[in-house]
Design a protein around this ligand. Structure first.
Ligand SMILES: [Ca+2]
Length: 363
């Protein structure tokens, strides 16, 4: 069985599970974007809420300490539930997303299917690094790489709205849907990781919203070289409902592994265990789409997927690196864990640590 966080068939199955979870305890305090119907063969660009709002505009340039290029706090109003949730310890949500910086000076490498880097929400901050492969479009039309990148740095949907994005292609028609064998797929990912190791400009984060079935030495070595070069690596825990340790890069040394939380702060029932570092929102998230799919270039993914949790963590790592550009991957990981909100994730965590991503607190 191919184990792929991006395989549409897996995600459809997950959608059902997430739906059950979310209907069991909704407390109605979220100002979430309109929710899409169940995932179908026909794309239904749902949302397009009048929110998330337009990009926040910091009005006051700061005189800043040298370690923080821009320490002015910036607040986005009506950001959608996910960003709203991760800047506060407790509910109710306050309809605000406030950060101490916006990831300026940091580059986030998106190892994924290719996407349109000219999407206006990137404001010219996104480029193509390795133009290998194709887009990975899910069955509802969502471009996986674009959705991921939008959660990292989209001006309306991202955590780090001034970080740079580099698209590093690894995909052919989504991995699970292509003709590639698992070995071929792994080889393509390794090639992409090697490109990042060769070309990355620090400070940098590498987002890996992907998981593989096996973990050959070449793959482990490719991930390790990123860490050794001082790049923070964030990975999805995987969507299989299994021990995340079985689904690398989740759980590899110093990799930050993100598990999925529902809109009602529950474990989403996806991968779990000691290889998880922290949870992040992963259900009913709004991110970027191509104009051909959604006129306002926004789409909401109603199912839960760890592919969506990881980029929120990557964006948060970019916030930290913006203030601490020489921080090592281990230091970034330690900060993410220590700074997380403890004890708020509900449900059966199956051995995962009860930590929720938190963007606030001292940087
Ligand atoms: Ca908030």
């Amino acid at each position: 069985m191919t184990l792929d966080a991006r395989r549409p068939r897996s995600i459809i199955a997950i959608a059902s599970l997430a739906l059950v979870l979310s209907t069991s305890g909704c407390n109605g305090d979220d100002a979430s974007p309109p929710v899409a119907g169940p995932t179908t063969q026909t794309p239904t660009p749902t949302l397009t809420p009048s929110t998330p709002s337009s990009p926040p505009s910091p009005t006051t340039p700061s005189t800043t300490p040298s370690s923080t290029p821009s320490a002015v706090k910036v607040t986005q109003k009506r950001p959608g539930w996910a960003l709203d949730r991760i800047d506060q310890r407790k509910r109710p949500l306050d309809q605000r997303f406030t950060t101490a910086n916006q990831g300026q000076g940091v580059t986030v490498y998106i190892v994924d299917g290719l996407f349109d880097v000219k999407n206006p929400d990137f404001g010219g901050r996104a480029t193509v690094g390795l133009p290998t492969g194709t887009a990975c479009n899910l069955e509802d039309g969502t471009n996986h790489g674009l959705f991921v990148a939008g959660l990292v740095a989209g001006s309306r949907t991202g955590v780090a709205k001034r970080a740079k994005i580099v698209s590093v292609g690894d995909s052919y028609q989504c991995e699970g849907g292509s003709e590639a064998t698992p070995a071929q797929r792994t080889a393509r990912i390794v090639k992409a990781l090697d490109w990042v190791a060769e070309n990355a400009k620090k400070p940098a984060v590498v987002n890996l919203s992907l998981n593989i079935a096996d973990s050959p030495p070449t793959f482990k070595a490719a991930v390790k070289q990123l860490i050794d070069k001082g790049l923070t690596v964030v990975a999805s825990a995987g969507n299989d409902g299994e021990d995340a340790c079985q689904h690398p890069p989740a759980g590899l040394p110093t990799v930050v592994t993100a598990a999925a939380m529902t809109q009602t702060d529950e474990d989403a029932g996806l991968n779990y265990g000691r290889c998880v570092d922290l949870y992040a929102p992963a259900e009913n998230l709004t991110s970027l789409a191509d104009a051909s799919l959604s006129p306002n270039r926004l789409i909401t993914s109603d199912f839960a997927a760890t592919s969506w949790a990881a980029p929120l963590v990557s964006g948060t790592a970019a916030l930290y690196l913006s203030a601490h550009p020489t921080a090592s991957p281990a230091e970034v990981r330690t900060w993410l864990i220590d700074n997380s909100t403890k004890g708020v994730v509900k449900g059966n965590l199956r051995g995962s640590p009860n930590r929720l991503l938190f963007t606030g607190g001292p940087l």
